[in-house]
Design a protein around this ligand. Structure first.
Ligand code: HEM
Length: 294
């Protein structure tokens, strides 16, 4: 104990602080509580519904859970990307963590697909237009920090883009730009215009930061003895599979599940309303399918 106290005193003195003041302060400090540390009150008050439909709360909270896990994923990626003297074991363990977070998201997607009443979903979803998970900035950052920019460029433009292309130009040709444009006129939708207004500068900075530090380039730049580490190779494969296949398919299934029920509801709705009130969702279902396959 004496040794510990002496180490604390030395630490504070080395920072130019007075240990006496700190020890006196400790006499009056409150004990730490779970709710203060985790900020439970703030967290459980971050849900503002736009309707009185009960299932809207599920929708909001599940998206918030996604964003929290996206933050954890970006945190792990940052540790790999900015690590000095990166070793295969560390790289692999951080990739395994990321895969676990994504697995958690994939396994829980049924909360969306099967866990909400479709007629409630249809009502509150319409009050949210033009918002979409498409506008998740953290999801886009995970993409930018995971792979080289060229892999995120729409296949049709890959030949015209190389390392000398300005970032802004590359940004305009990202694969998801196609989903934010009117396929006939090429005009950007409100969804994407608002998204860019809010995040474009952040994205360009982020793209530059990770241009040579993204996970794929980082892996390729490892010395060969680290690069050939079997655990690391398996972790890279697992990450690729869990992010690019599992999560995408679970997301797709959730959307299609809702879409299927909506299709059955469509006839009834047409009879009741005399018009197709679900066309927007169905068109979205198709656009998702089309660009998901590119
Ligand atoms: C009921 C559940 C969901 C449905 C029906 C659904 C539907 C869709 C659709 C139709 C799109 C295509 C883009 C658009 O037209 O808006 C999309 C994109 C997207 N959604 Fe969801 N979504 C659901 C849940 C989620 C959740 C929980 C997240 C997590 C934040 C999410 C994140 C995304 C992302 C990142 C994209 C863009 C994907 C890309 O560009 O490849 N979605 N979603």
């Amino acid at each position: 104990m004496q040794e510990l106290i002496q180490r604390i005193i030395s630490k504070l003195e080395s920072e130019g602080q007075n240990p006496q003041t700190h020890f006196e302060g400790m006499l009056h400090s409150k004990p730490m509580n779970y709710w203060d540390y985790i900020q439970t009150d703030a967290l459980i008050n971050l849900q503002t519904q736009r309707t009185n439909l009960p299932d809207e709360l599920i929708f909001i909270i599940y998206h918030q859970i996604n964003e929290l896990l996206f933050k954890m994923i970006l945190w792990e990626i940052e540790q790999v990307a900015f690590s000095d003297n990166l070793k295969a074991d560390f790289f692999s363990s951080r990739l395994n963590r990321i895969s676990r977070y994504f697995d958690l998201l994939s396994d829980s997607f049924k909360i969306m697909g099967d866990g909400m009443e479709v007629d409630q979903y249809m009502k509150f979803r319409n009050t949210l237009a033009p918002a979409s998970g498409f506008q998740s900035a953290q999801y886009r950052m995970i993409e930018f920090s995971s792979t080289e920019l060229i892999n995120l460029i729409d296949l049709r433009f890959r030949n015209s883009i190389n390392r000398n292309t300005p970032f802004k130009h590359a940004f305009e040709h990202l694969y998801w730009q196609a989903a934010g444009k009117n396929h006939k006129t090429g005009e950007k939708s409100t969804l994407i215009k608002l998204f860019e207004e809010k995040y474009m500068d952040t994205f360009i900075r982020f793209m530059k930061d990770y241009n040579t530090r993204n996970l794929w380039t980082t892996y390729k730049n490892l010395p060969s003895n680290e690069k050939n580490n079997l655990n690391l190779i398996n972790s890279m494969r697992h990450y690729d599979h869990t992010v690019n296949v599992l999560w995408v398919m679970e997301h797709y299934n959730a959307a299609v599940n809702i879409w299927k029920v909506v299709k059955n509801l469509l006839k009834q709705l047409e009879e009741v309303n005399g018009r197709n009130t679900c066309i927007l969702v169905i068109r979205k279902g198709f656009s998702f399918l089309i660009y998901g396959q590119q």
